[in-house]
Write a protein that binds this ligand. Structure first.
Ligand code: GLN
Length: 528
C-alpha cells in the first residue's frame, strides 16, 4: 500500500504524481490499483458545481467521482471503479446508517474507531490480485477535515505492517525571487505536522519551480528525517505527459521498489510518453478548437474534454489550441468575431438554463458555416433543439429541463426519471451499449458497430418526434439496443457535425485517443 498525502498548498499535482507512479510500477511488471479518499462532506462530487471541484468524472460502473480518477485512467490505462473513490460524506452516511440499524449493539459510535474502521475497510476492500494499491488522500495536511483519514492510514500501517505501507508526502518548495533562494521551511513544517499525527513520510516529493540544489535537499533530508535519496524533486513540466518521464529520471519508482525490497520485473518503457511529449511540444501544424460552455473560467471543469482534444491532436500530428468561449458571451453579433479563427467547435455538457441561448446560436453558426462540430450531452441536446426550431420549424421547441411547458419537448425526461425526487445519483450513469449505423461518419470513426460509452444525464431525445426528424438531414446513427434511446446524431449535408448523448471524453487516453476526437480533429485540420 502506498499512501500519498499533500502539504503546504493544494493543487500540487498529487493526482498526477500518483498516476505517474502507477504507470511506472505497471511498466515494471506489477499490477496496480489507484484510489482516492476525499475529505469533503458531499457523498460524491455528483451534486457539486464544476466551479467548486472541477469536472465530475464518471466510471464504467456509474460512479460520479473526483476528476483525479480521470488522470489515473489516462495514465495507467486501468478503468476506475465505484470502489476507487470515497468521501467523508459517504463514510459518515454508511456509519450513521449502520447506527440507525442498531448494528453497533449499543456502543457509543465515535470517530475513532468507527469512522477510522470504515476508512480502513474501504482501503482494503475489493483488492485481489493487485501488487500495489496507491491511495491518494485529498486535501492538505493540517486541514481539520483530513484528520480521520490520516489517523486511519496511520492505524492501517501499524496493522498491515510498516514495511508493507509506504508514505509519500508531496509538498511545495517555493522559490523566492527577491532573495533568489529556494525555501525548505514550508516543507519542514508540513512534515512536522504529519509526524505529530504519527506518520513519518518515507519519500518526500518536492514540487518546485526550479531544480533544488544539493544543500537544500540535505536540509529537507535532515529536518524531515528521510534519506537524501528519498527527497525527490518534481520541477514544473511543459506538458503533463512528461511527468512519468521526469519521475523516473528522479528515481521515484526505484525508491518505491527499494522500500518494499522488491525487484523490477521488467524494464520501464517510457517510449510512449516520449513520443507524446515530443508530439505535443513540437508539432508545427496547429488547429484551433473552441470549447463553448458556462464553466470556462475554471479549466478543470472540462478536464477530460480538453485532454481528449489533445489526444486527438497527437493522433493527427497537430497541436490543438483550445479557445475557451463563455456561452453567455455568444450572441448573433459576436459569433463571427469569436469563431473566426476556429476550425472546430465543441459544445460542452452542462445543466440548467444559464448560457443556453449562446449555445444555440453557436450550434446554428457551426451548422450553417460548415464548421466541424462535436456536441456532447447537453451540447447534443441543444443541437436537436436548434435543428427542431430553425430547420423543422418548431419555433418554440426546447428541452423540458429548460422550459417544462414547451409545446415541442424534443428533449424530455423518461417516465422513470419523472417520479424521482432526489437529485444525487439519479441520472443515467455509467456505461451503456450503443449500436451504430454502418453508413455513417461515426461508424467510420469507430470502425465497429457495437460500442459502449459512459453517460451522465437525466434528459433524452424524445422519440415521439422521431418521425419529424426522419425526413430531415439530421440522422440518428447510434441507438441504445435495449431502450431504443437515441445516442448519436449527425448531419447529412455537413462536413462533420456529430452530437453524442454520452461522454466520449471519459474514455480517451493519451496512449489510445478516442476515435471520435481523432476523427473530429482530423476534420477540423482539413478545414479550409
Ligand atoms: N442537463 C442535461 C441532462 O441532464 C445534460 C447533462 C450533461 O450534459 N451531462 O440530461
Amino acid at each position: 500500500y502506498i499512501f500519498v498525502t499533500g502539504g503546504v498548498v493544494s493543487s500540487l499535482g498529487k493526482g498526477l504524481s500518483s498516476a505517474s507512479l502507477a504507470y511506472l510500477l505497471q511498466s515494471r511488471g506489477y499490477k496496480v490499483r489507484i484510489r482516492k479518499l476525499d475529505p469533503y462532506l458531499n457523498v460524491d462530487p455528483g451534486t457539486m458545481s464544476p466551479f467548486q471541484h472541477g469536472e465530475v468524472f464518471v466510471t464504467d460502473d456509474g460512479a460520479e467521482t473526483d476528476l483525479d480518477l480521470g488522470h489515473y485512467e489516462r495514465f495507467s490505462g486501468i478503468s476506475a471503479k465505484k470502489s476507487d473513490n470515497i468521501t467523508t460524506g459517504k463514510i459518515y452516511s454508511d456509519v450513521l446508517k449502520k447506527e440507525r440499524q442498531g448494528k453497533y449493539l449499543g456502543k457509543t459510535v465515535q470517530v475513532i474507531p468507527h469512522i477510522t474502521n470504515r476508512i480502513k475497510e474501504f482501503i482494503k476492500h475489493d483488492v485481489a490480485k493487485e501488487d500495489f494499491v496507491i491511495c491518494e488522500i485529498g486535501g492538505t495536511v493540517g486541514d481539520i477535515e483530513s484528520l480521520p483519514f490520516l489517523e486511519a492510514i496511520r492505524q492501517f500501517s501499524n496493522e498491515f505492517g510498516r514495511k508493507n505501507t509506504l508514505f509519500i508526502h508531496l509538498t511545495l518548495v517555493p522559490y523566492m525571487r527577491a532573495s533568489d533562494e529556494i525555501k525548505t521551511k514550508p516543507t519542514q513544517h508540513s512534515v512536522k505536522e504529519l509526524r505529530s499525527i504519527g506518520i513519518q513520510p518515507d519519500i518526500i516529493i518536492c514540487r518546485s519551480e526550479r531544480s533544488i540544489p544539493l544543500d537544500q535537499r540535505k536540509k529537507i533530508s535532515l529536518f524531515c528525517n528521510v534519506s537524501i535519496d528519498d527527497v525527490i524533486e518534481t520541477v514544473d513540466v511543459k506538458t503533463i505527459y512528461e511527468a512519468p518521464i521526469s519521475f523516473n529520471k528522479e528515481k521515484l519508482d526505484e525508491r518505491v521498489l527499494k522500500f518494499f525490497k522488491i525487484k523490477s520485473r521488467k524494464k520501464v518503457n517510457l517510449n510512449p510518453w516520449k513520443k507524446i511529449t515530443n508530439s505535443v511540444l513540437n508539432n508545427k501544424k496547429k488547429v484551433n478548437i473552441a470549447i463553448i460552455g458556462k464553466y470556462v473560467e475554471l479549466k478543470d471543469a472540462y478536464k477530460s474534454i480538453s485532454e481528449a482534444l489533445i489526444h486527438g491532436g497527437v493522433f493527427n500530428s497537430c497541436e490543438v489550441k483550445i479557445k475557451w468561449i463563455h456561452s453567455e458571451d455568444v450572441n448573433l453579433k459576436s459569433t463571427a468575431n469569436l469563431f473566426q479563427d476556429c476550425s472546430g467547435i465543441v459544445a460542452a455538457p452542462g445543466f440548467g438554463e444559464r448560457g443556453i441561448n449562446g449555445k444555440l446560436i453557436t450550434i446554428q453558426y457551426a451548422r450553417i458555416k460548415n464548421i466541424s462540430f462535436l456536441g456532447i450531452c447537453l451540447g447534443m441536446q441543444m443541437a436537436v433543439v436548434e435543428f427542431a426550431r430553425n430547420v423543422l420549424g418548431f419555433k418554440t421547441a426546447h428541452s423540458t429541463e429548460i422550459n417544462s411547458k414547451t409545446k415541442y419537448p424534443v428533449i424530455d425526461l423518461m417516465q422513470d426519471q419523472k417520479v424521482l425526487l432526489n437529485k444525487g445519483g439519479t441520472m443515467r450513469l455509467g456505461s451503456y451499449k450503443c449500436e451504430l449505423l454502418k453508413k455513417s461518419k461515426t461508424y467510420n470513426a469507430y470502425k465497429q458497430e457495437k460500442i459502449e460509452e459512459r453517460h451522465r444525464h437525466r434528459y433524452e431525445f424524445n422519440n415521439d418526434f422521431l418521425d419529424h426528424f426522419k425526413k430531415s438531414d439530421m440522422k440518428f446513427v447510434g441507438t441504445n439496443p435495449e431502450s431504443g434511446l437515441i445516442e448519436i446524431l449527425e448531419l447529412k449535408n455537413h462536413p462533420w457535425f456529430i452530437g453524442v448523448q454520452f461522454h466520449p471524453e471519459f474514455k480517451s487516453r493519451p496512449l489510445s485517443p478516442h476515435p471520435l476526437f481523432s476523427s473530429f480533429i482530423k476534420a477540423a485540420k482539413n478545414h479550409k
